[in-house]
Design a protein around this ligand. Sequence first.
Ligand code: DGJ
Length: 739
Amino acid sequence: MGIIKRFYFVTSYLLSYSIMLFSSTAGNKCKLIKIDTQNIAMVFTVGKDSSLFFDYFGPSIDDASPFFKKQSYRRDDYGTDPLVYPVMGGRNFKQPALSAIHADGGLNTELMCVSIDKCVVDSGNVDRYLILLKDRKNPFYVELILESFYKENVITEKVKICHNESAPIVLRDFYSGYLPIRANKYYLNSFSGGWGMEMKLEETLLTHGLKRIESRKEVRATQAENPSFMLSLDVPLSENYGHVIGGALAWSGNFALNFELDEFNILNIIGGINSYSSEYTLEPNQEFYTPEMIFTYSTRGAGDITRNLHDWARNHLVYDSKSIRPIVLNSWEGTYFNYDEKVIKRMIDDSKALGVDFFVLDDGWFGNVYPRNNSKEGLGDWVVNKQKLPSGLTGLASYAHRRGMKFGIWIEPEMLNPDSELAHMHPDWIVQEKGRPLTTIRDQLLLDLTNPDVQDFVFSVFDYVMKQSPYISYIKWDANRHVESAGSLYLPTNKQSYFWIEYVRGLYSVYGRIREKYPNVIIEACASGGGRVDYGVLRYHQAFWTSDNTDPRSRIFIQYGTNMIYPALATDAHVSISPNHQTNNQTPLKFRFDVAMSACLGIEFQPNQMTEKDLAFSEKAIKEYRKIQPIVLFGDLYRTLSPYDNHGYSSLMYVSKDKREAVLFVYCFEFQGRNILPRLKLNGLDCGLKYRIEELNVDSSVFWGNGSVFSGQYLTNEGISPKLQRCYDSAVFLIKSVE
Ligand code: DGJ
């Protein structure tokens, strides 16, 4: 599709003198802007007074000229037509995307369009639109930066704010993106939860007023709510039918997504950094960038939203997204803090026998003055505990290497125990407000990442660990508390409210330095489980630890929610012991494997506590996983049965991009009596191809057609009904084209 079609310059537009003053390119002549991807479009028009109106977001519209004609019928007297970036001031009375106190104390901002530029970032796929807006009165500017991803049907938006007023201005709201949506009913699907129960899907029929999804915890920001959503228009969310909008924010601190249903029945969606307690003073000529909101649209239900987001994330965002992820054995649930060198060496040997790629040593390896033998002391003192591990990380990593195993290590560099050498050396580095007592969570305090010295320290922790051995190539980066009694001894007294934003910027700056020096190391993001499940961290991390809850029954729900937005490629899922340490639930080993194999499989049990039979099963399952891993990590996700549909089954499948291979997972997590079997109509296959079905992880199959060849058409229209009736029955099928 040519440039003309994808970016309309419908007519020449005589810009007002103030616009002319700031215009410099041909782009500013346009009156209608149409941003297209393969299947969706966004349309803006410049009004008579140079206001930039938001006309449309939805499925493609080839001929956008009616939007242009519609201009003359705007009700200028009301001033209520949605703007592309609605701010506090003038006639806007809804939740603003931006509010500022100007140098002269004025509270109002009214933006007019100054110029519009387009550049091609990646020919044929990624275009960038820079739309410069200026306040009508003050030299105050907002630049909207939109990027369209043609193949993935995603449009991202962020803004740059700057000014040239006579004195500093104060920013009070500074959101990244806005969507006005018109439908008859709005079903918001968002994710709530807590520790061990992250990403629980909730659907809410929105009524008039404001519904807000947010975090004010800064760290572990995504455990209770997630900065992402699916909005189903007119009807409740369904997998394959209906118009749905998807959105997510790439930010790892306080966030807010506002859904305001107004008196005109327009749903106003505004998302970005949470302005909670975060007033930000902007000096003249200083630039303030927001993170990106990511938007997509589907006319075929939730499934396409997921696939769009996964494709976009794998092609444009997730760190090192083209690499297969390793299978790790993590020591945490196997040993917790109770180990010594002998135990770890034996675990490394046992990991090798199981056939995993990495052994990852979790918490408990450091601290001498304050040995880290429990959560109460030692955090912050990143020197190996010589008593526990006399040969150090260097010795252990070499040991692993000699046995053909890769080695990884756990760190939590943003945090410290009050009982640590670090706390005594640098009390001023701790997040706090002078004169108020320090409060601990999980016995620990938080370092003030707004402080460049702390940033250097956090970098040095990573650097130090990496320097212990050339054989360390995996880091699990944990963060086990959130912010309370926010405050910084580094920031000046009049800039304390910068804390929330500067913390995340400090974190990203450290990540940036680490990535420059260590581009190849695998870094898993963790924050008490799923406290950092967001598209901000995935720019730097290969994956996140999805939840501390490793019970497969819980994981069916946690992974279902997580993978609605985030790809399996980034979703770590480990097999642990039964009864489960978090839930006390008992499940068969096969069920645990079958659930973990639908994401990035790992192990989190102590092999020497397993029976020979279980070890043999595990070893085989790990081999089987390697057969399906590329399909799971890089394929298209189709959800075939939702665990939320109250039938006690859950099922999903991944289909390779060329549709020649697929893997189907099905889980029974409630007793089904005698008569019920799951009916699975497969999705995403090529109806013109023939496929052989092979059940994995079993001796005798639960499907009568195991080993047989079926047409894609049969599997799609008739489907299969594997015999799964008892609680915790499960099956994994590899489906391969025979042509
Ligand atoms: C919380 C993490 O989520 C766990 O996996 C483990 O690493 C512990 N912290 C260690 O303290």
